[in-house]
Design a protein around this ligand. Structure first.
Ligand code: PMV
Length: 345
């Protein structure tokens, strides 16, 4: 019996890379492996209602926070076109996609990772309702595979707490999907905290599509890609031993290298703002003076992710409130921590 209609709903988180993905080949294949912490509270919640139609072809509507949204359509159209050979039912149904984020929309926080992973998971649940009942492992891998085709880093948002994406020397992994990191994780990294300081909530100056392309013919590309492999290897040791000093060095160096790549590409960009640097310097001073294990990381923008172990939580938030908030746009920041991945609602 053909199913006429139905509805599925997922909540999927954002993630923050420790070793950064920057540079890709055709079909969203990363030039280097990356690893990220899955976040807990920065999430997209997406409901997809599907109904059988007689004509064949892609058909969908998007609602953002209850209102019909045209702005998201082109990206989803491209995504659907890319994945339809892997999701054959896509052309036989009309989809109503209703989505919202738990974080402010124009916060400069990329919603592509949480958004694309939530949508990919909904499609997988529909596939399951219509035909195949996959084992959980395969379900997650295919969801990650599809999410990757929407936005590379989205493939790291399906599971927690750490996810590796991209072929590398020693972990089980793939260029095609993210895999939950199965190595040993020291208790120091349990419930690791991420305070996201919103320095600039404007539109990104460089879209990540353009950004990744800047690595083509980049004078330092080869070195950078091999450095990412080394940093991932080193980080694995750190995750097992709990060596926070080395963790800090790898994570901060990765963030600055990402920005160095943008500063040394052609065309070149500076995505940090004066307040980004102000915050970084204050983090360094605080770490020095308080024997703290706080550190920062950055995405392709001006906002600062402040990472720290759970046992420093109250002290670090005092520090953020008394010193760093002044450098956030409208004093806005988001308190998050490492999470377990997407949830079916
Ligand atoms: O997933 P994309 O194509 O938006 O790329 C994002 C890349 C960074 O966020 C800058 C780094 C990363 O690994 O998440």
């Amino acid at each position: 019996t053909e199913i006429e209609s139905g509805s599925v709903k997922w909540s999927s988180p954002s993630n923050i890379a420790l070793v950064k993905y920057w540079g890709k080949r055709d079909n969203q294949i990363p030039e280097n492996p990356s690893i990220s912490f899955t976040l807990s509270d920065c999430k997209t919640i997406t409901q997809v209602t599907y109904s059988k139609k007689s004509s064949s072809g892609l058909s969908f509507d998007v609602y953002f926070k209850g209102e019909k949204n045209e702005a998201f359509k082109p990206k989803i159209q491209t995504f659907f076109e890319r994945i339809q050979i892997f999701v054959p039912f896509l052309k036989d149904y009309h989809f109503k996609i209703e989505t919202s984020n738990t974080f402010p929309h124009s916060s400069g926080i990329a919603s592509s990772a949480s958004g694309m992973s939530a949508l990919a998971l909904c499609l997988m649940s529909i596939e399951q309702e219509l035909s195949e009942n996959y084992p959980k492992d395969f379900f997650n891998r295919k969801a990650s595979f599809l999410a990757r085709l929407g936005s590379g880093s989205a493939c790291r948002s399906i599971e927690g707490e750490l996810v590796v994406w991209g072929q590398n020397e020693s972990t089980e992994s793939s260029d095609l999907f993210g895999v939950r990191y199965s190595g040993e994780i020291h208790p120091n990294f349990k419930d690791y905290q991420d305070a996201i300081l919103l320095v600039d909530k404007g539109e990104k100056q460089v879209s990540s599509t353009v950004g990744h392309k800047l690595m083509f013919g980049h004078p330092f590309a080869k070195e950078r890609f091999s450095q990412a492999h080394h940093n991932l290897e080193k980080l694995k040791g750190v995750l097992a031993s709990g060596d926070l000093e080395t963790f800090i060095k790898i994570v901060e160096s990765e963030a600055l290298t990402l920005h160095a790549m943008m500063m040394t590409s052609m065309p070149y960009f500076i995505l940090m703002k004066p307040n980004t640097l102000e915050i970084i310097n204050r983090i360094w001073k605080y770490r020095e003076e308080n024997n703290s294990k706080i550190c920062f990381t950055l995405d392709a923008g001006a906002n600062v992710h402040v990472l720290f172990p759970k046992n420093e939580k109250s002290k670090v938030y005092d520090f953020i409130k008394s010193e760093l908030v002044a450098y956030c746009q409208n004093g806005h920041y988001i308190c998050d921590s490492v999470g377990e991945g997407a949830i079916k609602l």
